[in-house]
Ligand binder design. Structure first.
Ligand code: ATP
Length: 245
């Protein structure tokens, strides 16, 4: 009997940036319906990892598989399966919010009724209706973040890759973001999100991985003992001590 493959698999992935190791021999898997928090201090390698998962950066070594497909040999297929909110989501300042959503939907292959339906449901979920006619260039940082998240969600991705998704969001929007993440996971998508804030992971994730200096130092299900996790995080961040990896 063959076991079903995980939705996402990283196998011994390495990446240098500016001549230095940014991610070192990183292996992890993620299953459908899981919400994994990638935790680490500034410069730990979180964004580099997520950019490789999203196909924006190529690993120097190692393999990344999405739904059993090697990213290196099937990049278009893999990209079609995921939605990525990068750390600084790019936008076209001269387009309105609605034009953004429509352009992203077209880029994702949606047309006619499917495009309209995807835009309408995303606008409703992310409460973007009051912003539709506004130019992206005049949005606040938090509003731009919501637009970036909307663009990542439009085509119902099977893997959501969110880099610091709560950045610049107010508390109401943070709660809305968490609801969306939980809904996506409940619908069977896998979610990986990066943060340097412990509370972000404990609020919404069911598993946490800690990266430090590009290496995976901890990977475990969240068991509700937040004090123990905080201790582990600080031990790793302050002393670089390896924990159960
Ligand atoms: N564009 C770049 N060019 C060169 N080096 C980079 C670049 N981006 C990141 N790095 C380096 O790669 C390493 C990992 O950075 P990365 O942005 O992945 O960390 P991070 O955990 O996401 O940090 P933060 O929480 O501050 O966003 C760091 O040493 C950083 O200086």
């Amino acid at each position: 009997m063959t076991l079903p493959h995980p939705l996402l698999k990283l196998d011994q992935v390495r990446r240098h940036r500016a001549g230095r190791p940014a991610v070192e021999r990183l292996s992890l898997t993620l299953d459908r319906g899981q919400i994994l928090g990638l935790l680490g201090v500034n410069g730990a390698g979180k964004s580099t990892t997520l950019a490789m998962i999203a196909g924006a950066l190529k690993p120097d070594e190692g393999r990344i598989e999405l739904d059993g497909q090697d990213f290196a040999t099937h990049p278009a297929l893999a990209r079609g399966l995921l939605g990525w909110l990068p750390e600084r989501a790019p936008h076209w300042p001269e387009l309105t919010v609605l034009e953004h959503l429509q352009a992203h939907a077209r880029l994702r292959g949606l047309r006619a009724g499917g495009l309209k339906q995807a835009c309408e449901s995303t606008i409703e979920r992310l409460e973007l209706a009051p912003l539709l006619r506004r130019l992206a260039g005049v949005l606040s940082q938090g509003q731009r973040q919501r637009l970036g998240l909307a663009c990542a969600l439009l085509h119902k991705p099977r893997l959501l890759v969110l880099d610091e998704p709560a950045n610049a969001l107010d508390p109401v929007q943070v709660a809305a973001l968490r609801k969306v993440i939980r809904e996506e996971a409940a619908a069977g998508a896998a979610v990986i999100l990066s943060t340097h804030l412990l509370a972000e992971t404990t609020a919404v994730c069911d598993r946490v991985a800690i990266l430090h200096e590009g290496r995976l130092r901890h990977d475990a299900a969240l068991d509700g003992d937040h004090a123990a996790l905080e201790h582990t995080f600080f031990e790793i961040a302050m002393n670089g001590k390896d924990q159960a990896a």
